[in-house]
Design a protein around this ligand. Structure first.
Ligand SMILES: [Zn+2]
Ligand SMILES: [Zn+2]
Length: 335
């Protein structure tokens, strides 16, 4: 039995599995990579062979075209393949469409890399699967007890109530293009909202791709110079950078909302001139992180990035060995 730190190493290019000769979510181009999901800080261009879910490969191809990889191999959730001397499978991570945890078995040890994940139900992707393991390698984006995300339904209801109250204004909701945009639209549909969504051009290709994979979002329309002035009382979705810049000029009295886990912090909402903060996150909050660490029943937890001190301390109080990998290159930008 070889302890995982002898065969799984943090290198300048990222997490490297020596007996499989591959990296997981490497920061720079490598010969062989397994990619957990399509966000830009995890899926970078220029790799030789890439292994990921079919959904993630489609997202990568859309975002990066031919630069995404020389050779792409799809692996469905639950299917196992052998790479070198390592058995590898992907398990749902519940973060965005196609997002996966990487499960590696080698020398009698099972190691799971969570990638980014969340535990609550998301109508746009498969729910997180708890995979018991010896070492759980987790993210820690929101690993402070102050981060407890409220129920999604309440945040969506806040937006709908505001639309009702302010029918003379366009509601401009800041959402990241991959995952958050489609989830907000799907949650609004679940809440019974049946008007068209007016969507910034940057969100359209990925929303169409979600549709190709069976995630129906209803009537999506472009925002054009012609219709801009007529969108009072409508919901407009745009990347966060566009909500308060030139792009939103011409919309009737724009009321800026922003859907992000960071909206828990008032100061962040103020910095972005957000009038309606919506706390909607695609990352696990403190309760989800700590529950997950217990459920996977690992003797050891390695923390890739984020607020590692609090989570490491929590693990140790539960008799779980914790190790901060302090990996660079993973951003907060996907939230
Ligand atoms: Zn992500
Ligand atoms: Zn990330």
């Amino acid at each position: 039995m070889a302890r995982p730190e002898t065969w799984l190493k943090v290198t300048p290019k990222g997490l490297f599995c020596a007996p499989g000769d591959f990296y997981v979510d490497p920061h720079s181009a490598v010969e062989r990579a397994i990619i957990t999901h399509g966000h830009a800080d995890h899926a970078r261009p220029g790799h030789g062979k890439v292994l990921a879910t079919a959904e993630t490969l489609a997202i990568n191809a859309l975002r990066m075209g031919e630069k995404s990889a020389r050779e792409a191999q799809a692996l469905a959730y639950g299917e196992t393949i052998r790479i070198g001397e390592v058995d590898v499978r992907l398990a749902p991570a519940g973060h965005v469409l196609g997002s996966a945890q990487v499960v590696m078995e080698y020398a009698g040890q099972r190691v799971v890399v969570s990638g980014d994940y969340k535990r609550r139900t998301d109508p746009t992707c498969t729910a997180f699967d708890v995979v018991p393991c010896d070492v759980f390698i987790t993210e820690a984006t929101f690993a402070l007890p102050v981060f407890r995300h409220p129920e999604d339904t309440g945040e969506i209801a806040k937006l709908l109530a505001s639309v009702d109250r302010n029918s003379d204004r366009a509601h401009v909701v800041g959402v990241y293009a991959l995952g958050k945009a489609q989830r907000v639209m799907a949650l609004l549909r679940q809440a019974g909202y049946d008007r068209p969504f007016y969507v910034h051009g940057a969100l359209q290709p990925l929303s169409a791709l979600y549709g190709d994979f069976g995630i129906e979002l209803g009537d999506l329309r472009s925002v054009t110079p012609e219709n801009k002035g007529t969108l009072a009382g409508e919901i407009v979705l745009a990347p966060p950078g566009a909500t308060s810049d030139r792009w939103s000029r011409g919309l009737p009295e724009p009321l800026v909302a922003f859907a992000s886990g960071w909206m828990r912090i008032r100061q962040r909402a103020r910095q972005r001139s957000v009038e309606l903060p919506m706390i909607l996150s695609d990352h696990a909050d403190w309760d989800e992180l700590t529950a997950t660490i217990e459920e996977v029943d690992a003797g050891e937890v390695w923390i890739t990035h984020g607020r590692d001190d609090a989570l490491a301390h929590y693990a140790e109080t539960r008799g779980i060995r914790a190790r901060a990998l302090s990996m660079i290159g993973y951003e907060e930008e996907d939230e």
